[in-house]
Design a protein around this ligand. Structure first.
Ligand code: SF4
Ligand code: SF4
Length: 127
């Protein structure tokens, strides 16, 4: 590169806005259809286990604690999840969704990728 054209680019950069984004200090809204972290709605789940059966990545475990009392344990392994949304399709109760604004999932070890959720005891549910 000739010094002349290089100097032109350098001087131009002083007066123009940078093309790079100041992430993570500035963030854009994520598109509504972006597939991020799985969300489980314990209030509608019936513990049928279809999501676990259909998940191709074996990322979901559903454990029935007490079917009558609607108590379930739901374990989600985000490090196995391929964000294919098959579980969302399979759930007839609409209990699963992929959160479009929960996508920053990088971590230094596997621990933060395992989510163990439990439906609360009926007496602990606040109306
Ligand atoms: S498919 Fe839906 S209702 Fe059935 S266990 Fe999974 S989340 Fe619950
Ligand atoms: S999005 Fe796909 S890979 Fe992830 S838990 Fe659901 S079915 Fe499994």
């Amino acid at each position: 590169m000739r010094i002349g054209s290089m100097w032109k680019d350098v001087s131009k950069s002083f007066f123009e806005r940078p093309v790079t984004e100041r992430y993570p200090f500035e963030r854009h809204a994520t598109p509504p259809r972006l597939r991020g972290l799985l969300h489980w709605d314990y209030t509608t789940c019936i513990g049928c286990g279809l999501c676990q059966k259909d998940c191709p990545a074996e990322a979901i475990e559903v454990e029935i604690v007490d079917r009558k009392a609607k108590l379930f344990n739901f374990t989600y392994h985000a490090d196995r999840c391929t964000f294919c949304a098959q579980c969302v399709q399979s759930c007839n109760k609409g209990s699963l969704s992929l959160l479009h604004d929960e996508w920053e999932l990088a971590a230094l070890n596997k621990t933060p990728f395992c989510f163990a959720w439990h439906s609360p005891e009926p007496e602990n549910i606040k109306e």
